[in-house]
Structures are given as C-alpha cells and as structure tokens.
Design a protein around this ligand. Sequence first.
Ligand SMILES: Cc1cc2nc3c(=O)[nH]c(=O)nc-3n(C[C@H](O)[C@H](O)[C@H](O)COP(=O)(O)OP(=O)(O)OC[C@H]3O[C@@H](n4cnc5c(N)ncnc54)[C@H](O)[C@@H]3O)c2cc1C
Length: 379
Amino acid sequence: MGSPDVLIIGGGIIGLSIARRLAMDGVSVEIFDRQQPGMEASWAAAGMLAPQMEVEGPGPFLDLCLWSRDLYLDFVKGLQEDSGISIPYNAEGMVSIALTEEDETGLRERYAWQKRAGLPVEWLSAPAIRERVPTVTSDLRGGLFFPGHHRLDHRQIIRALLVDLQKRGVKTSWGVAAHSILVQRSKAIGVETSQGSRCVGKVVVAAGSWSSQLQYPNEEIRPKVRPIRGQVVSVEYRGAPFPYSLFSSVGYLVPRSDGQMLLGTTVEEVGYDKSTTVSGIQKILSGAMRLIPSISDCSITEAWAGLRPRSDDFLPVLGASSVENLYFATGHFRNGILLTPATAEILGELIRMGRSSFPIETFQMDRWRRHALASRIAL
Ligand SMILES: Cc1cc2nc3c(=O)[nH]c(=O)nc-3n(C[C@H](O)[C@H](O)[C@H](O)COP(=O)(O)OP(=O)(O)OC[C@H]3O[C@@H](n4cnc5c(N)ncnc54)[C@H](O)[C@@H]3O)c2cc1C
C-alpha cells in the first residue's frame, strides 16, 4: 500500500470523524494516535450538545454551534447504520437553573438576546421547573428551558467511528506518536513519528490539547492551544427520573440512558495533569447536592478527568495554514462533541475542494496574524 493522501494526527472524536468524512468521499486516509484512540477529552466529556448555553451572543461561533447541532441527527443515523452500533441520543432539552440573584440576571439577559435572535428558549418559573424536575431543590429562582439542546452517548460515537473506519479500510496506527511536521519549500510533505518519517499529500493536526506540543517549522503556525482540566463524577441515580440535562452556576447533571447520572465539572488550568482531586470532586458533589439534594444518597460509580483543548480566544482552530497542505482541527474546548459533525464537514470540503461552504474566517489559524496586523495598523 502506498502513501495515503491524508495523514491525520490524533484519534480523538475530531480526528476520527474527519477520517470517516474523507473516506466516505473516497480519499485515502491514515489516522494515527500515540495511544489507544478516543481515550482523552473525547472519552472524558459529558455528551451535551448545548449551543445556546456555551455562546455569549450572536455571531460566527453561535452559527457554527447551531449548524453542527443541526447536522447531528443525520450524522448519528448514518454512523449507526454504517457501523451497526447504537448511539443513544436524547432530544428532550436542557433546563438551566438560576439559584441566585446574579444567576437570574445572567439568564434573563441570555433569554433577551436569544429571543431577539429568534432562538427557541423559554423562561420557566420556579414551580414550573419543579413540575418538570420533581427532585430539584426548592431554593431556586426560575430558569431557562432550551428545547434545542440535546445529549448523546459520545463514547458510543467513538466506538462506532472505529468500527466504521475499519469497515471502510482506513489505515489506523495506534501507539504511534507524531513528533514534527516535515516541510519542504513551505509545503508539508509528511510527519516524523516515533516509528520513522511518513510521507503524505496532506496533514491534519487533530491532537487536541497536545496540538501545540508538536514541532512546527515556524512559531506562527503553532496552534495557541492549552489544556484545561475538567473532572466528572458518575453516580447511580435512584431518584424520580427526569428527561432533561440540568445546567447551573454550581455545575451540571446529565442523565444517561443506563441509569447513571454524570455530574460536572471543574475548569482548571493545571498543565497536562489529569488527576481527579479531592477539592475537584468535593466542588462537583456539593454543587450537585445543591441542585438535587437527594443525590447525597446515590452511590458513586466512577470519577475521571480530561483535558479540554482551549485556544487563546476560546474558539476552535479550523482549516488550512500558511504551510501548504497542513490543516488544523483543534481547540474545541468545551464543545468538541457538539462541533464534531461541522468540523468533519469543513475539513472534508477544504481537503477535497480547497474551500468550505461554511464561512470559517473567524476560526482560521491566520486570525492571530490578522489581529496582530490590524492592531499594528491601528497604532
Ligand atoms: C470533563 C469534560 C466534559 C466535556 N463535556 C463536553 C460536552 O458535554 N459537550 C461537548 O461538546 N464537549 C465537551 N467536552 C469537550 C470535548 O470533550 C473536547 O472538545 C473534544 O473531545 C476534543 O476532541 P479532540 O479529538 O480534539 O481531542 P482529544 O479527544 O483529546 O484527542 C486528541 C488525541 O490526540 C492524540 N495525540 C496527542 N498528541 C499526539 C501525538 N503527538 N501523536 C499522535 N497522537 C497524539 C491523543 O492521544 C488523543 O487521542 C468536555 C471535555 C471535558 C474534559
């Protein structure tokens, strides 16, 4: 077998879904990961698709998040059919709860701009929330209902993507680490790996929080991405069931189809340390008990932590770079599961056709250079 057309560095949900997208269009792809695939942030996530809680106002990022959410049902349907693996998907919505006066002010502002933008959102009184979620605390001030927020079992997506890639004959190399991008005359020609150098037509960096750790031919194209730890606790929920995920300033609760409830999370800048800590778990549990007091009786089944890849401006890094044939799909921070289908579509189109039908200027690597240039001109 000769060199593939495209080499993808990183087998998280982002790299795997780009590989599937390209393989569906007949592009020859190889994907590799320094360990077993899908075991980093993509495994650690909570599986919420919550575009209207993650974005602070209208603009390109909201458009990207909404578009990706809209792509999800077809993405899941196609992946289930192709892989034979079922992917539990819940479209019942999310309730975001105001516990304090400050929370209420923030949520009412969110309600106002989202209504103006024509987004589906409802204000719920405290009794209306208690009717929907009988076990919720009585000490609340109301909140928002987002009917368009969904959730899914993202670990099943990873399992399904792996089966699908195998069926499509995509070459996968696990246990192979990328060290540096090989460049000749401003053009990427391959990757230096722990198993020697690999020549290839195009390279996609999808190495999550580690994308900044590779050696690049110049600093300008090193993605400004760093790891932000998030811890999660899973409990066996025994209270009256409710179909929504709950969001608040003290944490979130995500019911799973298997009876588990995921409790999250922390947002910590501690480098590449993936430990679960006493203070992190304590914060999550006390937040969860503040929302649903009866959580205190549930047994803890698991706790874990993952590293969210966060860029300097909190936006993903998508698309081509100043080095020909070198592409990026990283920096998805808290929304990598949500943004998976859109990222796969964008990278698929760029690699096959050299353009994306979704506008990606805001997310391109050269935005930092453009901003630096604009601020020099303004001086
Ligand atoms: C606690 C937590 C909760 C979250 N909840 C949600 C949520 O509810 N909804 C949502 O949309 N998002 C959520 N996220 C964010 C989401 O998980 C991430 O944005 C997403 O998983 C990023 O995917 P990725 O493939 O880019 O990175 P990763 O999953 O981290 O994958 C990167 C891969 O690259 C590999 N790699 C690294 N360096 C190299 C190298 N040198 N050579 C080869 N391979 C390499 C790694 O081994 C890894 O497998 C959450 C994240 C966390 C931590």
